[in-house]
Design a protein around this ligand. Structure first.
Ligand code: AP5
Ligand code: MG
Length: 210
């Protein structure tokens, strides 16, 4: 199964991606995670991506498209994959059409009023990537799952979240129509449902697609 996960920043793409990838044995490819790993390692791509991600802007298309195009040639993609955060504009979507055939686009709709609090309150484990909301941590600074240190992403601050939402509205939201016209969009609502409940809904639909 070859899938795309679409949704605003904080809609829950990463949270659902882990669950979907586990259930269907497909590889989770997050362009945001790839950029953060490159920034941490101080690579050339990381140096370039740093300024864009910290401002909440898109990393230039030619860099991003090349990364994904190469990543999809790896052996682990043979059983299928889940693209989280790519494509993010029409140019990227049209490029993707030239080197991949996508079976379904999981689109998580969410009330944008919820996103500022979700993102600014998010803490992420440096080791395993698990996310938490600060309101549930009771002062804890380590991960419940693996004991790793929790940190706040540099782009999870009010100013950058505003910029990320504006980019989503202008550049990414039009992809909903693009994939609706192709007949492969699968719409879900992520506003009220806890992550596990939303996953059950997604699973019911994806089981029919297998
Ligand atoms: P990226 O890392 O993709 O960030 P994003 O799209 O802004 O999305 P997030 O990862 O912040 O949110 P999410 O939807 O994964 O939500 P999560 O599951 O964590 O991109 C970062 C940057 O990289 C971009 O700004 C850009 O600069 C660059 N970039 C990436 N891709 C690019 C591309 N294709 N082209 C160019 N540039 C690119 O959930 C959020 C929080 O909510 C968590 O704390 C979670 O625990 C909680 N939560 C999740 N689900 C629920 C629920 N159902 N109920 C309650 N809480 C929930
Ligand atoms: Mg994410």
């Amino acid at each position: 199964m070859k899938l795309i996960l679409l949704g605003a920043p904080g809609a829950g793409k990463g949270t659902q991606a882990t669950k979907i990838a586990d259930r269907y044995g497909i590889v989770h490819i997050s362009t945001g995670d790839i950029f953060r790993a490159n920034i941490k390692a101080g690579t050339k791509i990381g140096l370039l991506a740093k300024s864009y991600t910290e401002r909440g802007e898109l990393v230039p298309d030619e860099v991003t498209v090349d990364i994904v195009k190469d990543r999809l040639t790896w052996d682990d993609c043979k059983n299928g994959y889940l693209l989280d955060g790519f494509p993010r504009n029409l140019f990227q979507a049209k490029e993707l059409d030239t080197f991949a055939e996508i079976d379904g686009v999981v689109n998580i709709n969410i009330d944008h009023k919820l996103l500022m609090d979700r993102l600014c309150g998010r803490r992420v484990c440096r080791e395993c990537g698990e996310s938490y909301h600060v309101s549930t941590l009771n002062g804890r600074t380590t991960c419940e799952r693996c004991g790793g240190e929790l940190y706040q992403r540099k782009d999870d601050n009010p100013e950058t979240v505003d910029a990320r939402l504006a980019v989503y509205n202008e550049q990414t939201a039009p992809l909903i129509d693009y994939y609706t016209e192709k007949g492969i969009i699968l719409n879900f609502t992520g506003s009220e449902a806890p992550a596990d409940v939303l996953f059950e809904e997604i699973k019911t639909v994806l089981d029919r697609l297998k």
